[in-house]
Write a protein that binds this ligand. Sequence first.
Ligand code: PRX
Length: 647
Amino acid sequence: MTEAKIHPPSAEFVKHAHIDAAKYDEMYARSVDDPEGFWGEAAERLDWFRKPTKVKNTTFDYHNVSIKWFEDGELNVSVNCVDRHLATRGDQVAIIWEADDPNVTRHITYKELAVNVNKFANIYHELGVKRGDRVVLYMPMIPEAAYAMLACTRIGAVHSIVFAGFSPEALASRVNDSKAALIVTADEAPRGGRNTPLKANVDKAREITGPVKTLVVERTGGDVHMEEGVDIGYTAMFEKASDTCEPEVMNAEDPLFILYTSGSTGTPKGVLHTTGGYLLFAAITHEYTFDYHDGDIYWCTADVGWVTGHSYIVYGPLANGATTLMFEGVPTYPDVGRFWQVIEKHKVNQFYTAPTAIRALMRHGPEPVERYDMSSLKVLGSVGEPINPEAWEWYNEVVGKGKCPIVDTWWQTETGGHMMTPLPGAHATKPGAAMKPFFGVQPVVLDATTGKEIDETECEGVLCIKDSWPGQMRTVFGNHERFINTYFQDYKGYYFSGDGCRRDADGDYWITGRVDDVINVSGHRMGTAEVESALVAHAKVAEAAVVGFPHALKGQGIYCYVTLMEGVPYTDELRDELVGWVRKEIGPIAKPDFIQWAPGLPKTRSGKIMRRILRKIAENDFGALGDTSTLADPGVVDDLIDNRMNK
Ligand code: PRX
């Protein structure tokens, strides 16, 4: 392996940074040697109704997994994200909203945020939502999405956001699983000049779930069906709602939100995060990873439907009293310069996006970036998937002009916040490396077969974490056993991330991608099992196996092997129909890139599909199929290769 190019931060950057190399080393050592002391002190950055006297009470013991942080502390998230800033920064902008239409912007100060959140919380009360109830949000990227989240925290309700790109079917299964008391949505979601009919999707979802009360924010004013007694318009409620609502006193371990995410098997899991540890971890990582300073303008381009939007558009930045930019649109509308135009317009200092967006934009060359003034930028961030060195270099040179450290942040829905990332003033960066653990995070590389920790500095294996950190998920909603079996069963005593990684000779970490049956399509995480079950739900499909394959733009694409029912002819029309079917069942992000007809699938004699072989065929890598002698019928492999070649 040739050694990567190393990019140290400038002396000027280091001088003003919160954390330099020596401070990182000192703080990291303390965070793992004395977690109680480190996190106990760190917790002082939050406002508590009752300060915690206990810091950490966690065990990864397989028989008894239990994670509690600050367990006797009491606080309220909305107080931390809103009220406590009013005395010092009430007139400071909390949220800059940039609409899909480039001519529409709103600035919401902390004072205005407080009014909106309090009113929203009173609307919940009015609609009968109580502490502990689940509220599903199916929202466009509008400030009301943030108000809806914070208002849940104010009254102790638990939000569960469903990405607005998910289908009615996917929405319905999440509403049912979380037994939601209320759905909050909007009439329509404008994106890229087109409107997604959110309310109409909710109507379709309710054909499956039955009547669930729905609050409808009038985003476009588009014509939607409002059902008497079930649907409630937001504006009318808002106008009459009081702007003061007492915050609930929450225990640090009370549930804060559920977010469904895909795994290797089964339906998406409801990842449950709790109040104190999550908020602390989101806030501290936001400040240090982005080297956020008071007065900076910070922009994360994610959607609040994903964990990145939760931790790094809403909770982390607002807990820190930051100015956070919320963008409704897409990077290519009205043209491919939109990101850069927004950076210039709002003088963005920290910019956080996904490799898939960078790859899509770099295809258009430097000119659309050069049209705009990028001089406000200080730190660039990357998240969601491995960033290839070409995209990294382009991001560094064309966007950051070689002066902005790039923080490649590795983490997961389950981890609540950044787990490994360079800190911009402390570490030289290497294109494609997640570099160093964040404070309190103890990564280990395990040998996949023996499950033993590898001690050598330079190594490759599966990435596990040795001990708990405050932002860790606490359970799978309603199914603690599934939580234990998914994360603590394969490698006893560790949290298993599902990712592979390499540690280089300097001890820096590189994420090599998932080692399970999860794929990452344009930074969106998807279980191959979900796509398979959507395919077999079609009347003409007998069997399906889905794998990821390398895709220049999306990182990974979706490759489906499909066996049809006896006597059903393989036609191009049916192929199109199945692509549309999966799109409808899950949502546009799950649209298959390839469907290959498979008269048979490679299975072991015990009936297990050998995906390793299917992955190789999808990659056109027929020379490396490995041992096929254990297959029940080795002949199916030749058929699949023939089919692949003849495509
Ligand atoms: O495979 C890793 C990849 O995204 C997975 C987590 O997906 P999700 O829960 O949807 O959260 C995405 C946003 C945090 C991980 O298991 N991943 C995330 N960040 C990186 C990454 N892979 C490589 N480098 C990253 N920086």
